[in-house]
Design a protein around this ligand. Structure first.
Ligand code: ADP
Ligand code: F6P
Length: 324
């Protein structure tokens, strides 16, 4: 089947680099003579038929912008078969021969449902969390880690000046990748992630005091969102050790900002790959980055894959931060 017209949408939490991805999809498609509809608000906009025609010009001046010009949404109704059928119908109403979905695992499940209803769909991993098992990279991760790292550097400065313990919560939903990367790149003394059993409170207290006794002026703990409880932990540490402790939840600042070069590059390559796949007659695929190459997987297969945090990096973070 010749692809003459496609749709593109962003879904789930936004991530820096989504705009660069939209740009790559639109410009690759236009270069091949394919029309593109930009669908607003993810699946919510698809159900409402909220879409406009995009040209190479409509994606000018966005490669460097955070967020998504197509807006994004979480659409609970789309979990229901009745609404998925409506979504597939809307693709037919607008004559879409294919749909590119930029988002995370949840968004890919929606794409899979549409594919089962006869719509050619391709997923592109766009999330700061890096929690998509089939790919070594998800668009937005590098920017989010750099943003968090920059903030943590600043917290570390004041933490050292006051000889305090700082507990910083970073995003990542149920995954600890942002936390681990921030831990290694800021020299944190402790990282708490959902994938690896946390030390007991007694072990944490012992480590803080030993570190202090070796002459360190601060103790920095990075807590993944999936662990949480950083206010309670700060209170506990201060009560038991007498060391002033402060909790900071970095929150949404991690999801914004101009994408790094790495994010723009992956976004450009993955956006183009998604259009190429549709033109090759493929559907129900997810674009992935594995061992330096851009590849694709069946969505079902991709969703069944499991990902674990690298134990070696976790241990290394500890080794590199301690004055043994
Ligand atoms: P992400 O794509 O970042 O993982 P969500 O998990 O919130 O984010 O999913 C984004 C959207 O994808 C949801 O709001 C919903 O519209 C759609 N979606 C999620 N799970 C399913 C599912 N099982 N079936 C159909 N659509 C789904
Ligand atoms: O998936 C990206 C992410 O920022 C997660 O790290 C976080 O758990 C979630 O989205 C927050 O979602 P919301 O925007 O719905 O608060």
């Amino acid at each position: 089947m010749e692809i003459k017209k496609i749709g593109v949408l962003t879904s789930g939490g936004d991530s820096p680099g989504m705009n660069a991805t939209i740009r790559a999809v639109v410009r690759t498609a236009k270069a091949k003579g394919i029309d593109v509809m930009g669908i607003f608000d993810g699946y919510k906009g698809l159900l409402a038929g909220d879409m406009i025609e995009m040209t190479a010009k409509t994606v000018s001046d966005i490669i460097q912008r955070g967020g998504t010009i197509l807006q994004t949404a979480r659409c609970k109704e789309f979990m229901l078969p009745e609404y998925q059928e409506r979504g597939a119908h809307m693709c037919k109403v607008f004559g879409l021969d294919g749909l590119v979905v930029i988002g995370g695992d949840g968004s890919f499940q929606g794409a899979e449902k549409l594919a089962n209803l006869g719509i050619n769909t391709i997923g592109i991993p766009g999330t700061i969390d890096l929690d998509i098992a089939c790919t070594e990279y998800t668009i937005g991760f590098d920017t989010a880690v750099n943003t968090a790292m920059d903030s943590i550097n600043k917290i570390r400065d004041t933490s050292s000046s006051h000889s305090r313990c700082s507990i910083v919560e970073v995003m990542g939903r149920n995954a600890g990748y942002i936390a681990l990367w921030c831990g290694i790149t800021t020299g944190a003394e402790l990282v708490l992630v959902p994938e690896i059993p946390a030390p007991s409170n007694e072990e944490i207290i012992k480590k803080i005091l030993e570190t202090k006794n070796r002459g360190k002026k601060h103790f920095l703990i990075i807590v993944a969102e999936g662990i949480g409880g950083c206010n309670e932990l700060a209170k506990h540490i201060e009560e038991v050790t007498g060391i002033e402790s402060r909790a900071t939840i970095l929150g949404y600042l991690q999801r914004g900002g101009s994408p790094t070069a790495l994010d723009r590059l992956h976004a450009s390559m993955m956006g183009a790959k998604a259009v190429d796949l549709l033109c090759e007659g493929k559907s129900k695929r997810v674009v992935a980055y594995v061992k330096g190459e851009y590849v694709d997987f069946d969505i079902n297969e991709a969703l069944r894959m499991q990902k674990t945090l690298d134990d070696y990096s976790y241990k290394l973070c500890d080794v590199l931060s301690q004055r043994y």
